[in-house]
Design a protein around this ligand. Structure first.
Ligand code: OAD
Length: 332
């Protein structure tokens, strides 16, 4: 059944609550986590934009490759030839994850609330490896597909043997140099972290490298979930990486698609930004992810539930919530 296309946050909230909307899938990217302090990949100041190949332990040729295309830092061939670019670039992210440095944002809490308040969340597909959705403990693990793996599970990319996360982090701390110059205790030079099973220096978090395979769960769940989804919400992703971006095509032609982003994305995939096209099923909720989801939570009548989690939010998200509450008081 074709549902009405929302034209604003109020009509999106109505659609979510309507009996005709039974199944909702969500695809998220790095933009939902930036308010927690984790940079995205492709924005100015993002991981690829700020990459400095000169600081990385690599051959001149490998540095040139990363200069031309920064995604080489997380590419399978590069990792097998030299694990240091991945480990040096990811060092603060790995150690920050161990130290619980980042908190789930309003966008993450929205997903949790959608599940607990409506039971309509069929699946969250997240490209993020930060594990912030797992902080939302009312969202069951089986509702989440970690499309690109997870930072807190570690294994040898060569033989597949697992390694304990804390043990791995201790090795990262003592063996991998800090190219960001934030850790005075970091070694001056990097040395290999070897697998205790095969002795190769190929140990890393279980995250998907470019040229590597996605977890089979991704393909299984897509087939199971997407054809019958009534609503697909796509938040904080540039939609440039496949096959994650294929979700926008895998839903049926009647599925309403909502893009939450600070800029239009996915035009080349057929996302329609023409507001005047009456036949379109796409709605662009333009803005900062946390702000859009905060407005949506308010329209859905869940603001008290979100407020109860205020202290679990990162400071930026807390400030947004406080501002909204004080504005609401003034208009009461
Ligand atoms: P990108 O950095 O490519 O895209 C993030 C998108 O979110 C951009 O369109 C930003 O404009 C937008 N954005 C950032 N912060 C935002 C905010 N606070 N509010 C609203 N929009 C915001 O990140 P992803 O799309 O997640 O894969 O990247 C996809 C994949 O590329 C990653 O999973 C990773 C990377 O290479 C692998 O490493 C395999």
């Amino acid at each position: 059944m074709k549902l009405p296309r929302p034209t604003d946050i109020t009509s999106l909230a109505k659609l979510i609550l309507s009996d005709d909307c039974k199944s909702i899938c969500i695809l998220t990217g790095a933009g939902v986590s930036t308010n927690s302090g984790i940079p995205d990949f492709r924005s100015p100041g993002g991981m690829y934009d700020s990459l400095k190949p000169d600081l990385i332990t690599a051959t001149p040729n490998q540095r040139r490759m990363m200069e031309v295309d920064p995604t080489y830092v997380v590419e399978k061939g590069m990792f097998f030839a030299n694990a240091f670019p991945y480990l040096e670039v990811r060092r603060p992210f790995i150690l920050g994850t161990r130290d619980h440095k980042w908190k789930a944002t309003i966008a993450h809490r929205f997903v949790e609330l959608l599940h607990t308040k409506t039971g309509k969340l069929t699946r969250l597909y997240t490209q993020n490896i930060d594990g912030l959705n797992r902080q939302c403990t009312d969202l069951p693990a089986e509702k989440i597909v970690n499309v690109h793996g997870s930072l807190s599970e570690v294994a040898c990319e060569g033989c597949g043997a697992d390694m304990d996360f804390d043990e791995f982090c201790s090795s990262v701390k003592s063996k991998i140099k800090d190219i960001y110059k934030i850790d005075p205790d970091a070694p001056k030079e990097s040395s290999p972290i070897k697998c205790t099973n095969c002795n190769k220096p190929l140990v890393k978090p279980r995250t998907v490298l470019f040229g590597g395979s996605l977890p089979s769960e991704f393909f299984e769940k897509c087939e199971e979930d997407l054809p019958s989804a009534d609503l697909l919400i796509v938040a904080g992703t540039s939609l440039v990486v496949s096959p994650a971006n294929s979700l926008v095509h895998q839903v049926s032609e009647d599925t309403v698609r909502v893009i939450v982003n600070n800029q239009p994305v996915g035009m080349e995939l057929g996302i329609d930004y023409n507001k005047d096209n009456e036949l379109s099923r796409d709605f662009f909720a333009q803005g900062e992810c946390d702000k859009v989801f905060l407005d949506l939570v308010e329209e859905l009548g869940w603001i008290d539930d979100l407020q109860a989690k205020t202290h679990q939010l990162p400071l930026k998200s807390q400030d947004l919530l406080k501002l909204k509450m004080s504005l609401n008081k003034k208009t009461d």
